[in-house]
Design a protein around this ligand. Structure first.
Ligand SMILES: Cc1ncc(COP(=O)(O)O)c(C=O)c1O
Length: 387
């Protein structure tokens, strides 16, 4: 028997089926899914337009090498024009978020001829060596030969002064996910834009987690009125199918030559079909508006939860963090037994990343179960103190 290397703590659950905002375990128990595979099933499980596009593509062709065009990619490029920021007219497809970040960094190095990158404390950009180098948490970096990058304080205008003529790129999440769901301020992003313009550096927005409607706009940075030079997207864009991309301005890609990057599966016809179905869903269901509306309701319901264990509820759209005064581990376990899947962001933040499909009833369920799990935790603590 071959066993899986356990990089992630096992949650003790085997999932067998998913539909919309729900998943079922192998024993048939239903869960409301606010974990969504680290955010990847934001369009819900088995989004119908994605499933249809994939079925049609399976019957047509599953593989073409990147040297050939395929109809699926053509369709994809044409619909992406409807959702990408106006100046980001050059796209390359990858398979995962970390690969998109790798390519974003490579593009910035090539375009500027420089080597320095500024990232921010609390950042998470992936686990391959380039993206790991711009990821803050030592827990992920220790023991690996990462490149030395400089980290500024997130949302600090003083950190903007780190940008100078040696800097190839500044990389930032418009809403930090992994470090506890922390929205950037418009002023911070605007100042980064100004400094990058002044010093000829590329501004990279990593929208792998915050993008594609989750925060109430198609891209989280759009509510800050700032456009990047390079943007990365992944997770939910293919309705759960593995696909990511990098989008860039003309000046970033002008000097590129063949062989400077590539990917066997990047732009695979199935992945492009999934992305095509994902963009159709985003536009036809007006996912960002729905996310803004349901996010506001969820935020309100969570803020009304009465518990001494809650420090703060924050977030944007359907990307919400409940910062606790205690370790979130036992609470996540309790929520799972109550039929609600969620995830952590750091030691003390309960992260909720539900699909845009959640209803008002689901919102009530989330708030009720979170309140119940917090009460349970308080009684456990009370019992520990009494013994
Ligand atoms: C902002 C951000 N960038 C990059 C990544 C890496 O994506 P992947 O796990 O698909 O490689 C993540 C994953 O959580 C992320 O949140």
């Amino acid at each position: 028997m071959v066993s899986l290397i356990s990089f992630y703590g096992f949650r003790g659950l085997k999932l067998s089926r998913g539909e919309g905002q729900y998943v079922w375990d192998s024993k048939g128990k239903r869960y409301l899914d606010a974990h969504t595979g680290h955010g990847a099933a934001f369009l819900g499980h088995k989004p119908p337009r994605v499933v249809q596009a994939l079925k049609e593509q399976l019957d047509a062709i599953m593989v073409t090498t990147p040297s050939f065009m395929n109809e699926s990619m053509e369709k994809c490029l044409s619909v992406l024009g409807k959702v990408l920021p106006s100046k980001l007219t050059n796209v390359y497809f990858q398979n995962s978020g970390t690969e998109a970040v790798e390519l974003a960094l490579k593009l910035a190095f090539k375009a500027t001829g420089r080597r320095e990158v500024i990232a921010f404390k609390g950042s998470f950009h992936g686990r391959t060596l380039g993206s790991l180098s711009v990821t803050w948490n030592p827990k992920y970096r220790q023991g690996f030969p990462v490149f030395q990058m400089r980290f500024g304080d997130f949302n600090s205008l003083e950190a903007v002064d780190l940008v100078d003529e040696s800097v190839a790129a500044v990389i930032v999440e418009p809403v930090q996910g992994e470090s506890g769901v922390k929205p950037s301020t418009a002023e911070f992003l605007r100042e980064l834009r100004r400094a990058c313009n002044e010093h000829g550096a590329a501004l990279i927005f990593d929208e792998v987690q915050s993008g594609f409607g989750r925060t109430g706009r198609i891209w989280a940075h759009q509510s800050r009125g700032v456009e990047p030079d390079i943007m990365t997207a992944g997770k939910s864009i293919g309705g759960g199918f593995p696909v990511s991309f990098v989008a860039a301005r003309d000046w970033v890609v002008e000097g590129l030559r063949g062989a400077e990057h590539g990917s066997t599966h990047g732009g695979n016809p199935l992945a492009c079909a999934a992305l095509y179905g994902g963009v159709e869903t985003l536009l036809e269901d007006d996912v960002p508006s729905r996310s803004a509306k349901m996010g506001a309701k969820l935020m309100e319901a969570l803020k009304a939860v009465e518990s001494k264990l809650v420090r703060e509820v924050r977030g944007e759209g359907l990307m919400i963090g409940v910062e606790l005064r205690v370790d979130v581990g036992p609470i996540l376990k309790d929520l799972q037994s109550r039929g609600l899947l969620a995830l952590r962001a750091g030691r003390t933040v309960l992260r909720l990343l539900p699909p845009y499909l959640i209803t008002e009833e689901d919102v009530e369920t989330v708030a009720r179960e979170v309140e119940g799990a917090l009460l349970d935790e308080q009684s456990r603590r009370g019992a520990d103190q009494a013994t």
